[in-house]
Design a binder for this molecule. Structure first.
Ligand code: SAM
Length: 297
């Protein structure tokens, strides 16, 4: 089932095609009337482990266990996750500010945290429209926190798998105008697509559907950033993940290849901590993630 939360201007529940369900931003959604059968608190989930590393409360014993094992393998993972959130904040602020972007698709949203994409963008431009996409049932359950749009803008939530690119594009088009520039955010998600060809297809399909003037933002674990730590971290985490969802870090040149067809803005693909840091402390934060922002010309 794909569930989609729509702008307040389009109130009500709408049956979409292919079993999709569309709900608006304020009224109760289907997650409030029944427990999602996919919600298995005994099996660690990436969104909840990441929440644990960030010091959040939306995680369970199994997630904390897996998260602690990963911390033991690579103690810097918490700081690396924080560096990634700081990169998100700076990239969105740059896009909404300097580049005037008013539409975002944030895929692999994660559990609500500080400085969610719509909060950062709407602080710059209140009319910004944001579509969030994730496939985790707990993220869906917390979608209400992501739907606190300023009245001038819109936030919507789509419960979908990253690999369902056609469904994502079709459903997001209910909220966004794909004849106008859009920023596609793929932060700390593509390294959960073990098949590189599939990761490349996903990025190419999404960017291919956007008009010139759109942007692509990616952060991705690098085998060539703290290599021994990354290897130990990955080995620890993958014990808990199904093989087709394994964490697969990639070298910088491969991550650069995900930006084929779009042009990286300065400073190019760098450690997320080095992408236009606000302070020396931000720049000094250890991270295992490459990050970049690119324009489709
Ligand atoms: C590490 S978190 C990153 C969260 C956020 N993007 C950030 O960078 O702070 C990865 C998120 O991607 C989601 N995710 C992983 N694989 C996915 C897939 N195939 N389809 C949709 N979401 C996915 C997880 O549920 C999780 O919320």
């Amino acid at each position: 089932m794909i569930t989609f939360a729509l702008p307040s201007a389009e109130r009500g529940v709408v049956q979409g095609e292919g079993g999709t369900t569309v709900t608006e931003q304020q009224s109760p959604g289907p997650w409030e009337s029944a427990v999602d059968p996919r919600l298995n608190t005994g099996v660690p989930q990436v969104a909840r482990i990441y929440d644990y590393w960030l010091g959040g409360k939306d995680n369970f014993t199994a997630d904390r266990f897996a998260g602690q094992e990963a911390v033991a393998a690579f103690p810097g993972i918490r700081l690396s996750a924080q560096a990634n959130r700081a990169f998100l904040r700076r990239a969105v602020r740059y896009l909404a500010g300097a580049e005037g972007i008013r539409q975002f698709v944030d895929i692999g949203t994660g559990l609500p945290s500080t400085d969610n994409t719509h909060e950062v963008a709407q602080a710059v431009a209140p009319g910004t429209r944001v579509v969030y996409v994730d496939n985790d049932p707990l993220v869906l359950a917390h979608a209400r926190a992501l739907l606190t749009s300023k009245p001038e803008g819109v936030t919507a939530y789509l419960d979908a798998d990253l690999q369902d690119t056609d469904a994502i594009l079709k459903q997001a088009a209910r909220t966004l105008d794909f004849t106008r520039p859009v920023a596609i955010m793929l932060l700390a998600i593509l390294h959960y697509v073990p098949d590189l060809a599939e990761a490349r297809r996903i990025v190419a399909t999404l960017t291919g559907a956007m008009p010139a003037g759109s942007f692509l933002v990616i952060s991705h674990a690098g085998t060539d950033l703290l290599p021994e730590d990354v290897a130990a971290f990955e080995q620890s985490l993958n014990v808990h993940l199904p093989a087709d969802r394994h964490h697969v870090a990639r070298p910088r040149d491969v991550v650069t290849g995900l930006f084929d067809g779009v042009d990286l803005v300065e400073p190019g693909l760098v450690r997320v901590s080095d992408w236009r840091p606000d302070s020396p402390a931000e720049a000094a934060t250890p991270t295992i993630l490459w990050g970049g922002v690119a324009r489709k010309n």
